[in-house]
Each structure stands twice: as structure tokens, then as C-alpha cells.
Design a protein around this ligand. Structure first.
Ligand code: TXA
Ligand code: MG
Length: 313
């Protein structure tokens, strides 16, 4: 891991790293973000691994503006008007994800929604433009630690999980973005208070709804909109189930229809998880059996996600 002053040369080097699927710490006006290519599930799996998150929480994808956002989300006129008023800036919009969005499902934790923010920081903007792809970026701290407002904080916390830390000094706001959800019907809900005060947003769209059990960001896994296969899931299956298709893990699962990682690599398995579940579900088989997944590293998040998918809707 290297820390470099965020000049043009460093930014273009960072963009090359991002396009190769590796991670970079980037400054934003709120806090430093741990950035990876939001369209590359391997890069996104690396973000979860670096953060040490116990489950796949949905990540914010950073883009340049409302035109970009419209490629990934269904934007109600209210969402558009919030974007026009507060972007670039410290507002994150959660909106229904377009089925043709290039942002991978792992970045959205399998939810039917996507979180988008156009940051104002010039380094973040140059980096998004140079990488040519939306950048998934949670705050650049390990899970459970404070959000970093200086490059050195992020570097200390993340170590060699990132290739490069772009240093642009202290963050101006020092507080994460405000997260609001705008439904297809245009209802606006405050999901996380942040750098833009609730009152500022209410001046623009009227009173905000309080998050209900369905949209609570603290428990995204409980959302009904979470992807669950139509097929019944049988977990911890060492051998394929009759009438089913088998989702393998590791070298012992040679006869599986698909294998999350023949080498038993949990990062690779996380990157393949949502796409492979979908593919097997599309075969129409009544049952999908899944090999045991070890409960360490990203395995914990994979097992958490599988357990929720097994419960169904
Ligand atoms: O200021 C910020 O927002 C920073 C900088 C780097 O942009 N990023 C940040 O990301 O704080 P993170 O991952 O630490 O927080 C993302 C928040 C979480 O509360 C998450 O639950 C919520 O956004 N979120 C993301 N996608 C969501 C979705 N589809 N539905 C509901 N909540 C979502
Ligand atoms: Mg955070």
C-alpha cells in the first residue's frame, strides 16, 4: 500500500488500479471512501473483505451526476429534483435499480434498489471520470471503526487491502452523506441522517417519512425486495439432492452444475454468489442444493445471505 498526493498522475494511476479490479482509497467531501469498480463483483467482494463486514451491506455507487444515475436507477421526478438540488454533494439517493444497470448485484447486496451519490470533491470526480465506471465506496474504515477523514486514518485501518491511498488532506465535511430513499411512487424516506440536514431536504420535498421495518438500512437482509430464488434452497449439502441442481464450493464438488469457487476461494465465491444463484434458479429446477461454505472471512457473509435466501420471501 502506498499513500500519494492526489495529483493528476496519481489519479490516473489510481484509475488503472480500479480498472484492474483492485482497490483505492479516495477522498470525498464527506469522508474517505474505499473505492472499487461497482460493475466488477470481484472488486466489490474485495471491498467487503477489506472492511471485515459480517454481512453484505449495500454500498453507495459514486457517479458524476443525474445522467449517470438515470442509467442505473428508476428516477421519479422527485428523485431527479433532489439530485439537481443537492448534487454534486453529500446526498445519497436510494432508488429502484434498473434491471439493465451495470452495477453488480453484490454492490447492492442483492436488493432491488441501488444507492447513488455524485460527490463534490474534485479528486473523487476526476477519479470517477478517469476510471470510466461507477465506484462503489463505503467509508474507508474497517467495520466498527470510525469513518476516516484523513488519508493516514484510512491507511492505518486498511493496510495492504488497498493498493493506493490518494491523499487530499482533511475532508471538508467530516460526516457521511445523508441517505434518502425515493420510491417508485415518489415517497421520500430518510434512511441515514448525515452531512445535509433533514430540514434542508424537507424544504425541498416536504416532510420526510420515517424509515419503516421494510426500508430500515440497518437490516437490509430483512427487506422483502431482497433476492430470493423461486427454487427451494438446501444448505450444507455435501452431495447433490435428487431432482435438484447443485451449487458447489471447493474441489470436492466436481459434479456440481456450477461451482462458486473450485479452488475454495471465498472471495471468488462471494463474487459469483448472486449470478450463480440466478442462473440455477433460471433452470427451473425445484431445488438448489449448496455445498457447505466455511464460516470464516467472507464465508460468514455468504452463509448469512444464503440463510436468508433459503427462508424465501
Ligand atoms: O459519505 C458517504 O456516504 C461515504 C462516502 C465514501 O461517500 N460512504 C459511506 O458508505 O458512508 P457506507 O457504505 O459506509 O454507508 C452506506 C449507507 C449504509 O447505511 C447503507 O445501509 C445505505 O447506505 N444503503 C446503501 N444502499 C442501500 C440500499 N439499496 N437500500 C438501503 N440502504 C442502502
Ligand atoms: Mg461507514
Amino acid at each position: 500500500m502506498k499513500i500519494r498526493t492526489a495529483d493528476d498522475v496519481a489519479i490516473s494511476h489510481a484509475a488503472t488500479i480500479l480498472r484492474a479490479g483492485a482497490l483505492v482509497v479516495m477522498p470525498t467531501e464527506t469522508v474517505y471512501g474505499l473505492a472499487g469498480d461497482a460493475t466488477n463483483p470481484t472488486a466489490v467482494a474485495r471491498i467487503y473483505a477489506a472492511k471485515g463486514r459480517p454481512s453484505f451491506n449495500p454500498l453507495i455507487s459514486h457517479i458524476l451526476g443525474v445522467e449517470d444515475a438515470a442509467r442505473h436507477a428508476v428516477l421519479h421526478p422527485v428523485a431527479r429534483s433532489l439530485a439537481e438540488r443537492f448534487w454534486p454533494g453529500a446526498l445519497t439517493l436510494v432508488a429502484p435499480r434498473r434491471s439493465d444497470s451495470a452495477i453488480c448485484e453484490l454492490a447492492c447486496a442483492g436488493l432491488a434498489s441501488v444507492a447513488l451519490r455524485a460527490p463534490a470533491h474534485p479528486v473523487a470526480r476526476s477519479l470517477i471520470a478517469a476510471a470510466g465506471t461507477p465506484l462503489a465506496a463505503p467509508s474507508a474504515n474497517r467495520s466498527g471503526r470510525l469513518s476516516p477523514t484523513r488519508a493516514a486514518h484510512a491507511a492505518e485501518d486498511l493496510g495492504d487491502a488497498v493498493e493506493l491511498v490518494l491523499d487530499a488532506g482533511a475532508c471538508g465535511l467530516g460526516l457521511e452523506s445523508t441517505v434518502v430513499a425515493v420510491s417508485e411512487a415518489g415517497q421520500v424516506t430518510l434512511l441515514r441522517p448525515g452531512a445535509i440536514a433533514r430540514e434542508e431536504i424537507e424544504k425541498h420535498v416536504g416532510l420526510l417519512a420515517a424509515p419503516d421495518a421494510r426500508s430500515a438500512p440497518s437490516s437490509p437482509g430483512m427487506l422483502e425486495s431482497h433476492y430470493a430464488p423461486r427454487a427451494r434452497l438446501v444448505l450444507d449439502a455435501s452431495t447433490p439432492v435428487a431432482d435438484g441442481v447443485h451449487l458447489g464450493f471447493g474441489p470436492g464438488a466436481a459434479s456440481a452444475a456450477l461451482n462458486l469457487s473450485p479452488q475454495g476461494d471465498l472471495l471468488e465465491a462471494a463474487a459469483n454468489l448472486f449470478a450463480y444463484l440466478r442462473k440455477l434458479d433460471a433452470t427451473g429446477a425445484p431445488v438448489i442444493s449448496v455445498s457447505p461454505i466455511p464460516q470464516h472471512g467472507l464465508g460468514e457473509a455468504i452463509n448469512d445471505r444464503l440463510a436468508r435466501a433459503a427462508v424465501g420471501r
